[in-house]
Design a binder for this molecule. Structure first.
Ligand SMILES: Cc1cc2nc3c(=O)[nH]c(=O)nc-3n(C[C@H](O)[C@H](O)[C@H](O)COP(=O)(O)OP(=O)(O)OC[C@H]3O[C@@H](n4cnc5c(N)ncnc54)[C@H](O)[C@@H]3O)c2cc1C
Length: 437
């Protein structure tokens, strides 16, 4: 019996048994095998989704991480065709020395190609490149009892759109082809400046976003009063010259899961305040490696274990531009009053580039993401935050979610019924069951 799989937040506690898929040729039989015994399943990439969207309604997943071969690469054009279980780190390891980089990357390089499509992930450059789905040329999709379909904007366009951000429900992606972006160096020219309150964040964003490929801010969500919304604004661009080196530094790891969370309000308050203070008030520039810039958390393997056996939830919402500042103030106020803080909260602007995906998360506006240790009174805080997001016309990110109500989901993602109509009936997740039935 293999070790049970979980989602990244380890909440809800719903251990998944897994059927690993090793060969594309065997995928149809693997899928059929689970369907015969369990009735339904869900493709599972590398479990970097926080909530229950990567957990099967039947608690038996089709584990795709082991389907991890490169099929064809074209280093003239920057095209990569690979099996769905290949991770973004594995793509970077081949692409960087040849002068190519991912067009869009989330904050972890351990997501798989299939998972990046399933959630239509976004990165620090949404304002200039859109989502991952904007760079997918085509993929092979297996639906139960059918031949593998090649899907693109031209072939089976409805399934192409429904699968990008389709939460693994429209079929199993066997392989995908993406277009990379050219780089001259693996390093990033990064500028950092801290800001004293939320209004300054929006001013910096208006001034700097359009001049840089990458833009993100970390905020101290426990600061109150005039300091509410203080934080650190970071922009970056691929350096114009320098080495093309894959980051191979050794990783540290959290060896085991403590019985209780090591994160508490005292440690959070001290950490957030120190992080803010350590950054300079004036703008400073430095050349840094791509890994510390994009993937600071990946340095500590299994960092999710520090939240203890009860796990944690991430709350990520996006708020439309017109009301973003007002709604963010309300959210931060509600969080500070509750005293339930998060390690650095991530705030970033989303741009207007539309995704081909039906259920893609970003909207033109601002996205806020915070981690909370799982505890009884989280429900009350989330209800308050949900009301603010709802009122603002924003929405939550299914990749991070473990609590959204069915009513909020249906209002925020009106295209859900089109996805439901195209869902492969043998694929279902705990998330989908929770928000649609
Ligand atoms: C530290 C950290 C930082 C992150 N930062 C960001 C960020 O900046 N932006 C962002 O958008 N996300 C971010 N995420 C979330 C993460 O990028 C997504 O949840 C991503 O989808 C995880 O990929 P995975 O391979 O682990 O897929 P899983 O989590 O296993 O699955 C994700 C979804 O894809 C489906 N799926 C997986 N494989 C296949 C397949 N072969 N065929 C069909 N469907 C499939 C699953 O059914 C599921 O619905 C972050 C996560 C972590 C842990």
């Amino acid at each position: 019996m293999s070790t049970p799989l979980h989602s990244w937040g380890r909440y809800p506690a719903a251990p998944q048994s897994a059927q690993a898929c090793h060969w594309r040729e065997g995928l149809a039989a693997d899928l059929d095998g689970i369907v015969r015994t369990q009735g339904s399943t869900l493709p599972y990439g590398n479990g970097r989704s926080y909530g229950d969207s990567c957990l099967a309604a039947s608690d038996r997943v089709l584990h795709m991480r082991t389907l991890d071969r490169f099929i064809r690469v074209d280093w003239q054009q920057g095209l990569v065709l690979a099996e769905a279980g290949v991770t973004l780190a594995e793509i970077l390891a081949l692409a960087i020395p040849r002068g190519w980089f991912l067009p869009v990357t989330p904050g972890t390089q351990y997501a798989t190609l299939g998972g990046a499509i399933g959630n239509d992930v976004h990165g620090k450059n949404h304002h200039v490149r859109g989502t991952f789905g904007n760079h997918v040329l085509r993929f092979g999709l297996l639906r139960h009892g059918q031949e593998l379909l090649s899907c693109s904007l031209a072939e089976h366009p409805e399934l192409f759109a429904a699968t990008i951000g389709g939460l693994g429900l429209t079929g199993v992606i066997a392989w995908a082809e993406i277009r990379l972006i050219p780089i001259r160096s693996s390093q990033i020219d990064r500028s950092v400046v801290r800001f004293g309150e939320l209004g300054e964040f929006f001013a910096l964003s208006a001034e700097l976003d359009h001049r840089h490929e990458y833009s993100v801010a970390w905020i101290d969500c426990l600061a109150r009063g005039r300091q509410a919304g203080r934080g650190v604004f970071i922009v970056g661009d691929h350096a114009r010259y320098g080495r093309l080196e894959v980051d191979e530094r050794s990783r540290l790891q959290v060896p085991l899961t403590p019985p209780v969370s090591l994160i508490n309000n005292l440690s959070l308050r001290a950490f957030n305040a120190a992080y803010w203070r350590v950054h300079p008030g004036r703008r400073t520039a430095a050349r840094v490696g791509y890994a510390p810039f994009f993937y600071p958390l990946d340095r500590l393997l299994h960092w999710n274990r520090i939240y203890g056996r009860r796990g944690f939830q991430q709350y990520q919402c996006v708020l439309p531009d017109a009301v973003a500042e007002v709604a963010l103030r309300e959210l931060l106020d509600a969080i500070a009053v509750s005293g339930q803080g998060s390690f650095l909260a991530v705030l970033k602007r989303c741009g207007a580039i539309a995704s081909p995906g039906l259920l893609s998360f970003p909207l033109p506006g601002a996205s806020l993401a915070l981690d909370f240790p799982q505890q009884a009174d989280l429900e009350r805080l989330f209800a308050r935050l949900d009301a603010i997001v709802h009122e603002a016309g924003g929405r939550l990110y299914p990749a991070k979610d473990a609590h959204m109500s069915a009513a909020d989901f249906r209002r925020a993602y009106p295209a859900w019924e089109r996805l439901e109509a195209l869902r492969d009936p043998v694929l279902n997740s705990r998330f989908w069951k929770r928000v649609t039935t």
